[in-house]
Design a protein around this ligand. Structure first.
Ligand SMILES: [Zn+2]
Length: 221
């Protein structure tokens, strides 16, 4: 049994990238926790939406079978205005409590600046002598952000690990349906059809019906 911590910037990021993988790991008996760093609402919606999104993330977590969903409730789309050390220390406090074997977070060069901050802060919070139990640190793609990265930021998402989610793709899509406010019409990347097609695309790369891709940044065996 592994303890898994997923560090996501916003509600729905925890499943857009790795949702099928999380559902699969829950089935194999892992203890999977989602930590959502920003509220996902203050820059885009009127007052009250943050609590709606928090409820959506709880329902989605139940669909995936997560052990917990925690909100750090930092301001949405403004993480780069907070000293990095403050974000890092908030994440450090959670990983210090959970002591995960596996940490997943955002690809650090997404178009969304919050994703970049969370990736950087999580990497720092998980440095080896702070978290000696950690065996694997990997980053996921976030549909509607990773593929829209600023080209001058160079390094494109280059997956090295693929998880066969043929058995749990429907769970991922059912969890996404809990986020009514974040779903869009096809062909938007956050539509159910586009998420299904994306899983099929990555699956075709490895001879499976559906997959999620990850880029491995550190593994200790
Ligand atoms: Zn996001």
């Amino acid at each position: 049994m592994s303890i898994v911590a997923v560090l996501a910037a916003h509600p729905d990021d925890e499943l857009l990238g790795p949702g099928g993988t999380l559902a699969l790991w829950v089935r194999r008996g892992d203890d999977v926790h989602a930590i959502i760093v920003a509220d996902g609402a203050t820059s885009r919606y009127e007052h009250g939406m943050a609590s709606v999104l928090a409820k959506s993330s709880r329902r989605a977590g139940d669909v995936l079978g997560l052990s917990s969903v925690r909100d750090l409730a930092l301001p949405d789309q403004r993480l780069d205005a907070i000293p990095l050390i403050d974000v890092t220390q908030r994440i450090e406090a959670v990983v210090d409590e959970l002591r995960p074997d596996i940490v997943l977070t955002h690809f650090p060069q997404d178009v969304n600046a919050d994703h970049c901050v969370v990736a950087r802060a999580t990497w720092t919070a998980c440095r080896p002598y702070v978290l000696p139990r950690l065996k694997r640190f990997a980053v996921f793609e976030t549909p509607s952000s990773t593929e829209w990265a600023w080209p001058a930021d160079a390094a494109a998402f280059a997956p090295t690990v693929f998880v066969d989610i043929s058995e749990t793709l429907e769970d991922k899509l059912a969890a996404m349906e809990c986020y009514e406010s974040e779903l869009r019409d096809y062909p938007h990347p956050r539509s159910l059809r586009a998420l299904r097609e994306r899983a099929g695309f990555w699956g075709s790369r490895i001879g499976r019906a559906a997959a999620e891709p990850f880029q491995l940044l550190r593994e200790v065996t």
